[in-house]
Design a binder for this molecule. Structure first.
Ligand code: ATP
Length: 370
């Protein structure tokens, strides 16, 4: 509900009220966004939300229907892709199969004014950066998926762009390799200091990689913030539901006085919620509570916390944590995620099927959304 959008004072890449329509249908609507030099910025959203279109406009492959894009203070209107201080790494990597790794990395330098020696040296630096120095003579089919991804990264960095655009950079990798490569990308970004803009539909990827995230939905930016900001302080029900899992109920504000008192018929209680400036009594809101912020106990909790009683409907044990579905007398179901810390293996479950349990959570864990 609250939360101002932070804008860096030193905008290096400025998207100024940009709209893009295809045959009269807007794919990107009035997006304004400032990215600072050296940021690793993520455009996050589901399929068709317009994130790729926005990235392609930064690259110059699409022209905004209205609005402007400025890079390093220069208006990019009418500037073709190859004249922009920008490079793009595509999801498919688009490596040339008949060329060696060295040749692939050096390809983009063909038109640069450099001597052969300088070119060779740059290729060597780039392969060192992505830790593939030994594999310069191989061809793409002789590499693993993760190695191909690194060659593509080396190639797109070879011309030393001011901005690197990455379209689903980890899309082609399996889960284990993705996790590893995430760290590698942020490490390389940090070492080079180049501004990275990453498009992804994967919220975990955005949260691990990016200094800031723009969450997009239907062509619109819903929220811009750090991983913590969009997770802990979502500004709308869409962002709360898109980032991580969350319990969401309808509520009505009873009173506002420091904390807010909110009636939640689905839970059959009145909850104390985090302070949210601008709320008024009588207002209808969405009440959001993260599953891992809920404590599960056999006894009624003591002390001034929010509490509801229910029955264990379902549970799943995942080793490091367990997921419970608790059915309340009202019929509502609440998801609880319990991290299994310091519990001997024979008692990892805090409750069993059909057990009567209490759920409790701090007022600071209750997020109200419009
Ligand atoms: P995905 O993750 O599925 O790639 P996205 O968020 O990147 O999705 P975009 O590719 O930006 O989404 O597309 C946004 C909308 O614009 C979609 O409805 C898409 O069909 C439409 N669109 C994109 N490019 C074109 C085009 N060249 N012609 C017509 N419509 C287009």
């Amino acid at each position: 509900i609250q939360r101002s959008v932070q804008t860096p004072d030193n905008a290096f890449l400025r998207i100024d009220n940009v709209t893009k329509s295809f045959a009269g249908i807007p794919a990107v609507k009035n997006v304004s966004l400032d990215i600072a030099k050296g940021e690793l910025f993520a455009l996050l959203g589901g399929s068709g939300c317009g994130k790729t279109t926005l990235l392609r406009m930064l690259a110059g492959f699409e022209t905004p229907t209205s609005g402007r894009i400025l890079i390093d203070g220069r208006d990019m209107t009418g500037v073709p892709p190859y004249e922009r201080p920008v490079n793009m790494m595509f999801q498919s990597y688009a490596l040339f199969p008949h060329m060696t790794v060295d040749k692939n990395v050096g390809y983009g330098l063909k038109h640069e004014k450099m001597t052969d020696l300088e070119r060779k040296d740059r290729v060597r630096q780039m392969l060192e950066l992505v830790q593939l120095s030994e594999l310069g003579h191989r061809k793409p089919h002789q590499l693993s998926g993760g190695q191909r991804q690194r060659v593509a990264l080396a190639r797109s960095l070879a011309r030393q762009p001011k901005v690197l655009l990455l379209d689903e950079p980890l899309g082609a990798l399996d889960k284990k390799l993705r996790e590893h490569t995430q760290f590698e990308i942020s490490n390389i970004q940090y070492k080079t200091g180049i501004t990275f803009v990453v498009v992804t539909h994967d919220q975990e990827e955005a949260m691990t990689l990016a200094t800031r995230i723009a969450v997009m939905d239907k062509g619109v930016v819903r929220q811009i913030g750090s991983a913590t900001e969009v997770y802990e302080y979502p500004n709308c029900a869409f962002v709360a539901g898109f980032i991580g899992s969350i319990n969401m109920f309808d509520g009505g504000i009873k009173s506002v006085n420091g904390t807010a008192s909110v009636e939640v018929p689905q839970l059959g209680v009145t909850l104390e919620a985090r302070e949210h400036p601008g709320l008024t009594a009588g207002e209808a809101v969405k009440v959001a509570i993260r599953p891992e912020k809920i404590h599960i106990t056999g006894e009624a909790p003591t002390g001034g916390v929010n509490a509801v009683k229910g029955t264990v409907d379902d549970l799943a044990y995942f080793g490091k944590d367990s997921l419970y579905r608790i059915r309340l007398a009202t019929g509502a179901v609440v998801q609880v995620n319990n991290v299994n810390v310091r519990r001997p293996a024979d008692s990892v479950r805090v409750a069993q099927w059909e057990d009567e349990v209490w759920l409790s959570f701090e007022s600071s864990s209750v997020v109200l959304l419009r």
